[in-house]
Design a protein around this ligand. Structure first.
Ligand code: ZN
Length: 248
């Protein structure tokens, strides 16, 4: 895609208002840190949050002109209107890219696209994480070292109840002993979905340039491709003369 990719960074934005320790890390919200980081990679970025009206900032107009959406949510998944989650899912099936970050594994949109429980193990003791690139030929691994090290993270551990990813790009190791599939790709309809694990709200992870590099790579990977394939199935007359078989 040669045109500038249009990204909508969606953030629940509740922790930043209600928890002082989160405010200290993200005073203007997780969405603004992510948006600033992605703008440096040349994308046209706008933001939306849960409390934006109408429809959490995700109107039909916003959805229609979004190439790739990033999604961060945690404590208020249930406050996302079912109708909005359905529309975001429908846009993915039409071709919009979706990048679900960290605790977005339990969002209505991600679970709706996966069809599984999406549960995992977790522990919050600020332990070290290494994200190993396990698929160096994948475009989401571009311009990265062999692994990314994060000194203080929340642990997510297997089993992660997801359908087997179409591509696995990162596996995390944690100081406490667990491993986790941290960078997973799926194709859904004409759209692409990437789940990326890092990003707990009390750690400054979205200021990390390597983490932003991964998300930027994922935006490029997930951007829609031009295709003549119709979104919906329809009756198809035969392309060749197949005689009586075609008249049955
Ligand atoms: Zn977390």
């Amino acid at each position: 895609m040669n045109e500038t990719i249009k990204v909508t960074v969606w953030n629940e934005g509740v922790h930043e208002k209600t928890h002082d320790e989160v405010k200290a890390v993200y005073p203007n919200g997780i969405h603004n840190v992510l948006a600033d980081g992605l703008r440096k990679h040349g994308f046209q970025v706008s933001t939306a949050t849960l409390d934006d009206e109408p429809d959490h900032g995700l109107t039909d107009e916003v959805l229609a002109c979004t190439d790739v959406m990033t999604w961060w949510g945690h404590m208020a998944h249930d406050r996302v209107k079912d109708e909005v989650a359905r529309k975001v899912r429908a846009r993915v099936l039409e071709g919009m890219g979706l990048i679900c970050l960290h605790s977005a594994h339990m969002s209505k949109v991600f679970r709706g696209l996966m069809g599984t429980g999406c549960m995992l193990k977790w522990r919050e003791v600020a332990e070290k994480e290494r994200l190993w690139v396990v698929n160096p030929a994948h475009p989401i691994a571009a311009d990265l070292p062999e692994y990314i090290e994060l000194p203080h993270t929340e642990m997510y551990g297997e089993h992660f109840d997801i359908p087997a990813p179409d591509d696995l790009v990162f596996i995390s190791w944690f100081a406490g002993g667990e491993v986790f599939r941290s960078g997973c790709c799926w194709h859904r309809g004409r759209g692409k979905v990437f789940y990326f694990r890092p990003g707990h709200e009390t750690y400054p992870i979205y200021y990390n340039e390597q983490i932003v590099q991964v998300i930027a790579n994922a935006v490029r990977w997930a951007a829609p491709v031009n295709t003549a394939v119709p979104v919906r199935g329809n009756y198809m007359p035969p392309l060749e003369d197949i005689g009586s078989e075609g008249k049955a």
